[in-house]
Design a protein around this ligand. Structure first.
Ligand code: ADP
Ligand code: ADP
Length: 228
């Protein structure tokens, strides 16, 4: 699955990540918690190959990423979906086209895109919104579109960076329920970063606690469930 071995990331002289080792297990929902500046986003961005470690190895599906070439990196990136706090939808594209972007990037033929986009939109409950624009949607709906975009390439892992931090408590629970269904019904491993303990506790089976660019501890917990 995803494994980090003695990974260090520096920004100038500052070490944002200090020799971290972590193994993500296939099928788990893994929470990463820590205060602002602890290094959570940086860690996630290295798992998604958006950032390269200065030291150590990122290993995905038994391959060391450091030595891979552009094409192989792109293939691996397509097996990793990612969602963000700020949704990152494209404002002048419809809901349908926002989701289709992932298939375009993956060079899926146009004639095969419609069915897959609609399948993803159905999964997040937004089939009827396919022709709307992001500005016409609520925050929760926008995050559902971002989730549809992230799962349309059938990823094995979904990386979630503060996915509910700009949502109200009720919408937060709805989005967490969608993530749980993605894990259970689509067999997608989920890594969820949050500074909110309640969010992490509701879904995660294992939690990595980060502090000052290091792992403070990794704990196994019984998820409290999603209370609606
Ligand atoms: P978290 O997600 O836990 O809030 P981040 O991973 O965003 O933490 O940041 C960890 C530390 O690295 C912070 O001190 C942050 O200011 C610093 N940092 C993150 N990205 C950059 C960057 N591109 N350039 C310089 N410093 C950065
Ligand atoms: P978050 O909302 O999760 O805190 P940030 O706003 O810090 O995320 O952005 C995370 C990364 O995504 C940054 O590198 C940023 O440049 C990039 N990003 C921000 N907005 C967009 C966008 N609309 N499309 C693509 N990437 C974006």
């Amino acid at each position: 699955m995803i494994s980090l071995q003695n990974v260090t990331k520096r920004y100038g002289a500052f070490k944002a990540i200090q020799s971290i080792s972590l193994n993500i297990k296939p099928g788990e929902i893994h929470g990463i918690i820590g205060s602002s500046g602890a290094g959570k986003s940086t860690l996630l961005r290295m798992m998604n190959l958006l950032e390269k470690p200065d030291d150590g190895d990122v290993i995905i599906n038994n391959k060391k990423i450091n030595h891979l070439k552009g094409k192989e990196i792109r293939n691996i990136r397509q097996s990793l979906g990612m969602i963000f706090q700020g949704f990152h939808l494209v404002g002048n594209k419809t809901v349908f086209d926002n989701v289709a972007v992932s298939l375009e990037i993956a060079k899926i033929a146009k004639k095969n895109r419609t069915e897959r986009v609609m399948e993803s939109l159905r999964f997040v409950g937004l089939e009827a919104y396919k022709d709307k624009y992001p500005r016409q949607l609520s925050g929760g709906q926008k995050q559902r579109v971002a989730i549809a975009r992230a799962i349309v390439n059938n990823p094995s892992v979904l990386l979630c960076d503060e996915p509910t931090s700009s949502l109200d408590p009720t919408t937060t629970m709805e989005i967490l329920e969608v993530l749980k269904q993605i894990n259970q019904q689509l067999n997608v491993t989920i890594i969820i970063v949050s500074h909110e303990m309640e969010v992490i506790r509701s879904l995660s089976e294992r939690v990595t606690v980060m502090e000052d660019g290091q792992i403070y501890e990794v704990v196994e917990i019984e998820p409290t469930g999603v209370n609606k």
